[in-house]
Every structure is written in structure tokens, then in C-alpha cells.
Design a binder for this molecule. Structure first.
Ligand code: NAI
Length: 465
């Protein structure tokens, strides 16, 4: 079966870039991305391609190459479903904030709505592809909704989790380590898998396209994120020990990373991981394990989150302690708010939690991030419901210029590893700060020796200075 028409429900950080790359690489396939969010679709359709709602290096060029030719963004969900032979579901699956499984389970409301809408609209057979990260066995629920329409339409359900990392989404999509496709083991299932393999084979070598059963595919995505996050929490656990013992976590990471069994990636100590996925997916894994009565398995993975929360909290506590046990009324400049460099995504960013802790201590926070504006910063803090929106507005101000953000500050906290932070005129920043001038480098991006030579009191993660 050759696919000519693809629909993707969800025009977010995953749906947008993945479908833009498919359209770019498969000029014969019409790709329509739909979303309920009108502003988001309008932004994807903005005449000036620099205004698309997701910032990723190289993305606007890819969108520009295909938009209006074989790539379309629309709010007409039903029309796109009707026309497509293959429908990707790429909607958000956040942690539940209510009811059973609150704070742990994935909220599958959006997924179910998509399935019901597909069931209601489809007049011809469809392949439905789970692109969102979902708990293992979600395909079962989808099937039971789709197979009960009574109108004779046949559905195949595939799992095709996305492994891209924000900040490098385009290169990850163009040259992925692997693509994973899970489907049914019967003939129809294998045909559906092959139809999707054909799409990816337009630019990805066949040996990197893995096919499995649906459950392995669903569980592999949760497992991959759990392993990645676990490495961060592991090195962060060691960073605290380094600070007490005179070891340097960068040296330790280098020494263990050269062991080919361990490998050098994802061994950077920091203020903690953020992003919309790691925490949500591990909590989901923990919840699933608990549901099966696997308490030791659940506790094991939960520890990754506990360590990460600890790392964020102790970073904030260290700022307070170092500033003579009070930051009340002091200006603390935050360099970076995004959860990592090269993205404008701030979901679950460590910066939010560090700011929240410092606001509890009555600090004044001045934020500079090259891709994040004040509205997003306040939205993130308000979302925590720690204090009123009014109080957040009083305590936090965002700046368009880093030198202004740091002017008259008592301390600077680096929360995101943006490359530009290394290039600043640090002497100028120092001259305009209150003295002693403190820098807390939560990403270990600055040159500690140089900073101390200028006169800063310097604190990094995982080394006592
Ligand atoms: P997002 O929140 O950026 O985008 C989801 C979009 O779906 C939103 O624009 C929302 O309006 C839309 N939507 C929700 N329900 C809808 C419905 N019923 N009909 C039409 N549109 C609807 O989320 P993001 O980051 O793109 O994540 C999507 C999925 O991909 C999640 O399951 C996530 O875990 C997974 N994922 C995310 C990665 C990331 O780096 N952000 C990486 C890999 C997987």
C-alpha cells in the first residue's frame, strides 16, 4: 500500500517538526497537520516563516521548503482525517492532574478524543499511528474504540514513538539513530508496518528502521527516556559527593565515559533535567509498574525523579546559604529559562523550580533567555500555584538584554547552557554587579578560572571551588 495522504493530529514540538521533515523528504505525499489550537495553526501558517511557534535550528527552512506545496497546517481536523490513509496522533499526553493516578499516570484524554473523532469521521480504511508517547497497552484502548464503529471501516494501529530531542530535532529527524515501528504480527499488521517503513525509507537506511510488536514499541519509548534521565540523575548524585570530597565531577564523568561500556554522552552534571518528557514518562512508568504490583520496579525508577528534585532544590538552597542565608530583596539574575539550549520550550525547566524556591525567600528574579519572553516565564510560575499571579509579577521581571538583567544583581544563576553565555563580556558584567559578585553555574558552562580571576565568587555543580 502506497501512502499518498498523511494527517497528523497535534501541531506541537513533535507533530510540527516530524511532519515537516516527512513532507520535505517525500514530495509525493501530502501532509496535513491539524490542531484545535487556532493561534498555533495561524503561527505555523505565518507568512514570515521565522514566526512559526516552535524554535529549532533549521526548522524554518524545512517548513519553508514544503509549506503550501505538500505540507499544510489547518484547524479542519475532520477533513484531514477523511482524506488521509495514514493518521498520526501526536497530541500531548501530560501527567494527570486529577482523579485516579493523579500526579503519575499519563492523561490520555486527548488520545481518546482523537480516536473517537477518527472513528466518527473515517469512511475508508486507515492506518492510525501512535506518535505521542503512551503507556504500554494504549493501542488496546484505541483498538476497542476504533473497532466498535459498526461502519465496516478497518483500522490498523501502529506505534511509532518519536526519539527526537528538542534543540536538535531537525538533525535527529534527518539522521536518526533508529526509527521504531510496532504493529500487529498478522498479515494486515505487517502490511501496515511496511507502508510506514516505505515513508521513512525515503531518507533513512532500512537497517535503521526497526520493527517490533506494538507493546515492545510502546514500552521502548518509556524505557529510553527512563534510561536517559537515569544517567543524568546518576551523575548528579555523584556531583553532590564530589562537592564534599574534593573530586571534580567533570573529571569523573570523563574518566568513566571513556569506558566504552558506559560511553561519554548524557554524563553532564547540572541543576537537573527538565523538559516535558523525562519526568512525565518516568512517572508513567512508575505508575504502570505499581499497577502490575511491581513495587520494587516502581521504587527503582521513582528514585530518578527524587534525585532530580533534590538537585534542583539544593541548587536553590546553595544560593540562599552562600548569600549569607538571605536573598530577601536581592536581585538574582537568571541566565536561561528554557529547559535546554536551542529551544524555546520551557516545560518543566529546572529554572522554574529554582525561581519558585528563591521567590519563597523573597528574592527578586531578573530573567534573560534568548528565546523566552516574560509571558512564558510568568505562565510557568503561575502554573505552580505557589503564590498569586500578582505576586509572581512583582517578584520576576524578564529582560531583553543580558547585561541589563545582570545590572546591580547580587548573584547570577546560569540555568540553561546557551552557547552565547560563554561569549559575554564578563568583566563588564562584574563591574556592574553588587560585590561580592556571585555566579552559580548550574550547567557548568562558564570558565571557572577566568571568572574567579575577574573577581567573581564562583560555584559550579560537582566541584568545590
Ligand atoms: P505539544 O503540547 O507541543 O503539542 C500537542 C498539540 O496537540 C497541541 O498543540 C494541542 O493543541 C494539540 N491537541 C491536543 N488534543 C488535540 C485534539 N483532540 N485534536 C487536535 N489537536 C489536539 O506536545 P509535544 O511536545 O509535541 O508532545 C506530543 C507527544 O509527543 C507527547 O506524547 C510527548 O510525550 C511526545 N514526545 C515529545 C517529545 C518532545 O521533545 N517534546 C519527544 C518525543 C515524544
Amino acid at each position: 500500500m502506497k501512502i499518498k495522504n498523511i494527517c497528523c493530529i497535534g501541531a506541537g514540538y513533535v507533530g510540527g517538526p516530524t511532519m515537516a521533515v516527512i513532507a520535505h523528504k517525500c514530495p509525493d505525499v501530502k501532509v496535513t497537520i491539524v490542531d484545535l489550537n487556532k493561534e498555533r495553526i495561524a503561527a505555523w501558517n505565518d507568512k514570515d516563516v521565522a514566526n512559526i511557534p516552535v524554535y529549532e535550528p533549521g526548522l524554518s527552512e524545512i517548513v519553508a521548503s514544503a509549506r503550501g506545496k505538500n505540507l499544510f497546517f489547518s484547524t479542519d481536523v475532520e477533513k484531514a482525517i477523511d482524506e488521509a490513509e495514514m493518521i498520526f496522533i501526536s497530541v500531548n499526553t501530560p501527567t494527570k492532574t486529577y482523579g485516579l493516578g493523579k500526579g503519575m499516570a499519563a492523561d490520555l484524554k486527548n488520545i481518546e478524543l482523537c480516536a473517537r473523532q477518527i472513528a466518527a469521521v473515517a469512511k475508508t480504511d486507515k492506518i492510525v499511528v501512535e506518535k505521542s508517547t503512551l503507556p504500554v497497552r494504549t493501542a488496546e484502548a484505541l483498538r476497542s474504540i476504533l473497532d466498535n464503529t459498526g461502519n465496516g471501516v478497518k483500522f490498523q494501529i501502529l506505534s511509532n514513538p518519536e526519539f527526537l530531542a528538542e534543540g536538535t530535532a531537525v538533525t535527529d529527524l534527518l539522521d536518526p539513530d533508529r526509527v521504531l515501528i510496532g504493529g500487529d504480527t498478522d498479515t494486515e499488521g505487517q502490511e501496515a508496518i511496511e507502508a510506514l517503513v516505505q515513508i521513512y525509507a525515503n531518507w533513512i537506511p532500512r537497517e535503521r528502521i526497526l520493527t517490533t510488536n506494538v507493546w515492545s514499541s510502546e514500552l521502548s519509548k518509556l524505557t529510553a527516556n527512563a534510561f536517559l534521565a537515569q544517567r543524568v540523575s546518576s551523575i548528579n548524585a555523584i556531583s553532590e559527593l564530589c562537592e564534599k570530597t574534593g573530586a571534580d565531577v567533570n573529571e569523573v564523568a570523563r574518566a568513566i565515559g571513556m569506558d566504552s561500556r558506559i560511553g561519554p554522552k548524557f554524563l553532564k552534571a547540572s541543576v537537573g533535567f527538565g523538559g516535558s518528557c523525562f519526568q512525565k514518562d518516568i512517572l508513567n512508568l512508575v505508575y504502570i509498574a505499581k499497577n502490575y504490583g511491581l513495587h520494587e520496579v516502581a521504587d527503582y525508577w521513582e528514585q530518578v525523579i527524587i534525585m532530580n528534585d533534590h538537585q534542583k532544590r539544593r541548587f536553590a538552597a546553595n544560593i540562599v546559604r552562600t548569600l549569607y542565608n538571605t536573598v530577601s530583596g536581592k536581585k538574582i539574575a537568571f541566565l536561561g529559562w528554557a529547559f535546554k539550549k536551542d529551544t524555546n520550550d520551557t516545560r518543566e525547566s529546572a529554572a522554574i523550580y529554582v525561581a519558585d524556591d528563591l521567590l519563597k525567600e523573597q528574592a527578586n528574579i531578573a530573567v534573560y533567555d534568548p528565546k523566552v519572553e516574560e509571558g512564558a516565564v510568568l505562565y510557568d510560575l503561575n502554573y505552580l500555584h505557589t503564590r498569586s499571579a500578582e505576586d509572581n509579577r512583582k517578584g520576576v521581571k524578564a529582560y531583553a538584554d543580558p547585561y541589563e538583567a545582570c545590572h546591580d544583581a547580587h548573584a547570577i544563576a546560569v540555568l540553561t547552557e546557551w552557547d552565547e553565555f560563554r561569549e559575554y563580556d564578563w568583566q563588564r558584567i562584574y563591574n556592574n554587579m553588587k560585590k561580592p559578585a556571585f555566579v552559580f553555574d548550574g550547567r557548568n558552562v562558564l570558565d571557572a578560572e577566568r571568572m574567579m580571576k575577574i573577581g567573581f565568587v564562583f560555584c559550579g555543580v560537582g566541584k568545590a571551588y
